[in-house]
Design a protein around this ligand. Structure first.
Ligand SMILES: [Zn+2]
Ligand SMILES: [Zn+2]
Length: 285
């Protein structure tokens, strides 16, 4: 789950998702679901969640995005659900390079490598305007007040200074535009043959498949998953800030081996979040 402002997005929705949402006290006000691929561990939770939303009287539409078969999934969902959906659910197929626009950010899809149609997702915030230099604006003759807001919205304003009219543009008093935040979620995948796509570069947080540790690299290749070391290599190539190792096989009781493996190929911060762990992503700068 990614929560940004008043938006709540789910990236995959595994079995028991709604129980986990109850435990985490997030509420059920999901705005969209992005499914990486149609293996059961990534979508079974949608059934229970949709039923609960309907029972709770939801009226807002719920868009579900995913690779090939997303419309087949929705048809199946309707067939096996012995209840009337009280709100519209839509299915939209995404392919490599497609994107979905939200208020202030975009979710981009990129092809992953998992043996069936599969996508990873990049949530990329819009670039933010540079910092407004209040003292500089006053020194140039702009009085504090509504003109500040005009400049911050990109307008050039005219002011009286020492008996002459001067114009002050955003460039005069605004710093360089600042990057928005970026979160990348691969879903299940082998390392991508062409490396991580450019749209995923410089992520603040890269959430990557790390099903196996290095002792089972063979199984990772056989079952189209990544090892923690391979996840580390992807994080280095994509210049990620923090690497979160997820989808660890239940055969492991902890993640110390995975984290050490990832550090062999990645010098940044590596975490293996527990269920329900929350991660705050601060702005850079
Ligand atoms: Zn899978
Ligand atoms: Zn999986």
């Amino acid at each position: 789950m990614v929560r940004r402002g008043s938006d709540t997005l789910l990236f995959d929705c595994g079995e028991g998702a709604q129980q986990q949402m109850m435990r985490a006290r997030t509420g059920f006000s999901v705005d969209a679901i992005f499914v990486t691929h149609w293996h059961a561990d990534h979508f079974l939770g949608i059934l229970g969640l949709v039923q609960t939303l309907s029972f709770n009287g939801r009226t807002d539409p719920l868009p579900i995005y995913g690779p090939e078969w997303v419309t087949g999934f929705l048809t199946t969902l309707r067939h096996i659900s012995r209840f009337n959906l009280k709100f519209p659910v839509s299915a939209t197929e995404l392919r490599d390079g497609d994107w979905v626009r939200f208020d202030g950010y975009t979710v981009h899809a990129f092809a992953t490598n998992h043996g069936i149609a599969s996508l990873g997702y990049v949530l990329a915030e819009d670039t933010r305007p540079g910092r407004f230099n209040r003292e500089q604006a006053i020194a140039l003759g702009v009085p504090p007040g509504p003109l500040f807001g005009k400049i911050q919205r990109g307008e050039t304003v005219s002011v009286q200074k020492d008996g002459t009219t001067v114009s002050v543009s955003p460039d005069d008093v605004m710093g360089r535009p600042r990057p928005g935040r970026k979160v990348v979620y691969t879903g299940d995948t082998r390392p991508l043959p062409g490396g991580m796509p450019e749209i995923a570069w410089d992520a603040d947080l890269l959430i990557h498949d790390a099903t196996y540790d290095e002792s089972e690299a063979g199984r990772a290749a056989e079952f189209a998953h990544a090892t923690a070391k391979e996840a580390g290599a992807a994080a280095t190539q994509a210049r990620a800030g923090t690497l979160a190792l997820v989808h660890l096989s239940s055969r492991y009781t902890g993640a110390p081996g995975h984290i050490a493996d990832a550090h062999e190929t990645f010098g940044g911060k590596v975490i293996a979040p527990d269920d329900l762990e929350m991660i705050e992503i601060p702005y850079r700068d």
